[in-house]
Design a protein around this ligand. Structure first.
Ligand code: DQA
Length: 151
C-alpha cells in the first residue's frame, strides 16, 4: 500500500502536557491513532515518526524522497517544531529529496512571538496548515492526498 510520512520535530513528544493552553491536551499517540484511522479511509498507510534530532529528521525526509521516486509514497506531513524557524538543513533536505510536503503547525504561529513568523520550510512546502490544533494533521493528510491525485 502507498504510504505517507507523518513527521514530527523537537518537543512534539511532549504533546498533551506541554503548554496545553497552546497545543491542547491530545497526546502524540492520540494524533498517530487519528492519522492512521483517517489514512485508512484514503487507502494510505502511515509511517509516523518523531525526533528531537535534526539529522534524524533529515534522514527520514531523504528516505521518503526515495520512496516517492519509486512510487511507494505520496510524500510527507511535517511539523518541524522549532526547527521551522532555524533549519536551513531541513529546507535543503525537503528541496534536495523532492518530497511533496505539507508543513503543519498546531498553533497559529503568526499570532505568536515574532521569531515564529518566519519559516525555512514554507518555501519548499506544497501547502501549509496552521492554527487548527491537532485536527490540522487530518486536514494536511487530505490536502496531500488531493495534491497526489491531481498529479
Ligand atoms: C509548532 C510551532 C513552533 O513554533 C513550535 O516551536 C513548536 C510547535 C506548532 O505545532 O504549533 O514546537 O510547530
Amino acid at each position: 500500500m502507498t504510504w505517507v510520512l507523518i513527521l514530527n520535530g523537537p518537543n512534539l513528544n511532549l504533546l498533551g502536557t506541554r503548554k496545553p493552553e497552546t497545543y491542547g491536551r491530545t497526546t502524540l499517540a492520540d494524533v498517530e491513532k487519528m492519522c492512521r484511522e483517517e489514512a485508512g479511509k484514503l487507502r494510505l498507510e502511515v509511517t509516523f515518526r518523531q525526533s528531537n534530532h535534526e539529522g534524524r529528521l533529515i534522514d527520514w525526509i531523504h528516505e521518503c524522497g526515495a520512496a516517492v521516486k519509486a512510487g511507494e509514497s505520496i510524500g510527507a506531513v511535517f511539523n518541524p517544531g522549532a526547527f521551522t524557524h532555524t533549519s536551513v538543513a531541513l529546507h535543503d533536505a525537503v528541496e534536495g529529496a523532492s518530497v511533496p510536503l505539507i508543513e503543519l503547525h498546531i498553533s497559529n504561529v503568526h499570532q505568536r512571538e515574532e521569531f515564529r513568523h518566519h519559516s525555512y520550510i514554507s518555501p519548499v512546502a506544497r501547502g501549509i496548515i496552521v492554527g487548527f490544533g491537532v485536527a490540522g494533521y487530518v486536514l494536511a493528510l487530505h490536502g496531500l492526498h488531493q495534491l497526489a491525485r491531481a498529479g
